[in-house]
Write a protein that binds this ligand. Structure first.
Ligand code: IPM
Ligand code: MG
Length: 366
């Protein structure tokens, strides 16, 4: 089969980690007889430098005409980069929010899984880790605080800023259905996370989730307040299967979940709309502090490419091949710096490698 893949390399470590994911995709294409045609799309700081805006209409059109988009990361150092002297709607992150909205990518899947081999990189105690854990964070991506009205103005002589958190029942229903659908293919448990003891938007969220749950009698579901969820993630992460939550809570909890799995450099993600189209990106940021050093972990991006094969192209065997190659490379003892064991006695048992070498080692194991 032949597919057109939009490629957003972006900023910081983005170009380095995307190069490795494309290398893996090319190896898959050769092995399984597919053709992947890549189209480079500008977004983020590099787009600001080239065009003055973080995402052009042309870039949106390019993404729309692709079968799926693979992305690295966007943004720079918020304290030092000139991009952050621009108005908020002209900064790199605005490009990402704009593409999510323009392509209606409301369902963000972030799988957090503890690899047996990475237990040493997990900051939790052995008795908490147990046999490991495997959860899917289902984050609503086109509503809530990220897209509500905002303003900063003087009110009675005092500077006042305002952000609004809005959800309608349709937006909640479609993400809840996705969450329960995914749970049906997993361990059939949904934890819906909200702040219903305080927020109206959360009370509506809870009501709609309860309605949707009626159509999935096989799925066990529970509601959990977000502050408690943050605590439970480090206290007993094994209890979670699918975590279903709104945009901002999902942003925060997915970073926390990634650290629990050892490193944000391992966490892939898929942002999907109602069709087969998706934007696939590592959950981590552009890490400007390590950009260009050749040490960034490309695994989250490589696993995001695997998600693309699975969710947008229905190429399950090819996706499995990538995921197994990643497991094998870890089993064989190769680690980028972010997933090196902390204890000195364990460091000798593994080999530290850079970004390119990690990509090569994964390709060798396909
Ligand atoms: C993420 C990122 C983005 C978000 C930023 C870069 C706008 O943190 O994908 O989690 O907050 O959604
Ligand atoms: Mg985030």
């Amino acid at each position: 089969m032949s597919y057109k893949i939009g490629v957003i390399r972006g900023d910081g470590i983005g170009p380095e980690i995307v190069t490795e994911a494309v290398k893996v995709l090319d190896a898959i294409a050769e092995k399984y007889g597919h053709t992947f045609n890549y189209e480079e799309i500008l977004m983020g700081g590099c787009s600001i430098d080239a065009t003055g805006v973080p995402l052009t209409e042309e870039a949106i059109a390019q993404a729309k005409s692709s079968d799926a988009v693979l992305m690295g990361s966007i943004g720079g150092n918020t304290a030092t980069s000139p991009w952050y002297k621009l108005a908020p709607e002209l900064r790199p992150e605005a490009g990402l929010l704009k593409i999510r909205k323009a392509l209606n990518l409301f369902a963000n899947l972030r799988p957090a899984y503890l690899y047996e081999e990475l237990k040493a990189a997990c900051p939790l105690r052995d008795d908490i880790i147990g046999d490991g854990f495997d959860m899917m964070i289902m984050r609503e991506l086109t509503g809530g605080l990220y897209f509500g009205e905002r303003s900063t103005k003087e009110v009675d002589g005092v500077m006042t800023a305002c952000d609004t958190l809005t959800y309608n029942e349709d937006e909640i229903r479609r993400i809840a259905k996705r969450g329960f659908d995914i749970a049906m293919k997993r361990r059939k448990k949904v934890t819906s996370v909200d702040k219903a003891n305080v927020l109206d938007s959360s009370r509506l969220w809870r009501k709609v989730v309860e309605e949707v749950a009626k159509d999935y009698p096989e799925v066990t579901y529970e509601h959990m307040l977000v502050d408690n969820a943050a605590m439970q993630l480090v206290k007993d992460p094994k209890q979670f299967d699918v975590i279903l939550t709104e945009n901002m809570f999902g942003d925060i909890l997915s970073d926390e979940a990634s650290m629990v799995t050892g490193s944000i450099g391992m966490l892939s993600s898929a942002s999907l709309n109602e069709t087969k189209f998706g934007l696939y990106e590592p959950s981590g940021g552009s890490a400007p502090d390590i950009a260009g050093k050749g040490i960034a972990n490309p695994i989250a991006t490589i696993l995001s490419a695997a998600m693309m094969l699975r969710y947008s192209f229905d190429l399950d065997a090819e996706a499995d091949a990538i995921e197994n190659a990643v497991k094998q490379v870890l089993k064989d003892g190769y680690r980028t710096i972010d997933i090196m064991p902390q204890e000195d006695d364990k460091k000798g048992q593994v080999t530290q490698v850079g970004t390119v070498q990690m990509g090569d080692l994964i390709v060798e194991r396909l």
